[in-house]
Design a binder for this molecule. Structure first.
Ligand code: ZN
Length: 186
């Protein structure tokens, strides 16, 4: 069982270090990514995870392929049509990600975090964002996103800079079963 650290852990407040490119694909980094995927998939409500959340101060985050599942996104209105795909997609790995081309257009969305349970709040973030990064094989990737995925990119890159969503959120509150906000956590 891989532990997801909680908000009082100082590792979440560090600026994470870049992964040396020569180490991408090597056992040490592969194991860290694998541990992140195991930890993420163990959380039924998890959509993404950053390496500091398992106590590793490196610039890596993983987005679960689960965010593209019909069952997962049904009933919550923040998903753009282009995310609406049938098949379970692969988890996506982003190493040394850089946020580019953030839209001026912003939207308030409810967010939670696997490291700040059980708190939710609303965060205003760009509705479109582009991330440039390396994948787990060291290949450079550029990914455009809108809606939920764009918010996730911003939440996760914040983690790599020691920022938690509670630093920026409005209406912080504990989750309850009777509200209708969506329950994903990053
Ligand atoms: Zn988080």
């Amino acid at each position: 069982m891989i532990k997801i650290v909680q908000s009082e852990d100082p590792v979440l407040r560090e600026v994470a270090k870049e992964v040396p490119l020569s180490l991408i694909g090597k056992p040490k980094i592969k194991k860290i990514i694998n541990d992140m995927i195991i930890a993420l998939n163990a959380e039924s409500d998890g959509v993404a995870i950053a390496a500091p959340q398992i106590g590793v101060s490196l610039r890596i985050f993983v987005v679960s392929g689960r965010i593209f599942d019909d069952d997962f996104i049904r009933g919550q209105g923040s998903i753009e049509g282009d995310l609406y795909k049938k098949a379970r997609q692969k988890d996506m790995v982003f190493i040394n990600p850089i946020l580019k081309k953030i839209s001026k257009d912003k939207k308030l969305l409810s967010e939670g975090c696997l490291s700040v349970r059980p708190i939710y709040g609303k965060v205003r973030r760009a509705t479109r964002a582009t991330v440039e990064a390396y994948d787990e094989n060291g290949k450079k990737v550029v990914k455009d996103a809108s809606g939920l995925l764009a918010h996730i990119f911003q939440h996760e890159t914040d983690h790599l800079d020691g920022v938690l969503f509670i630093d920026k959120a409005k209406d912080l509150h504990e989750a309850s079963m009777d509200n209708d906000e969506f329950n994903e956590k990053n």
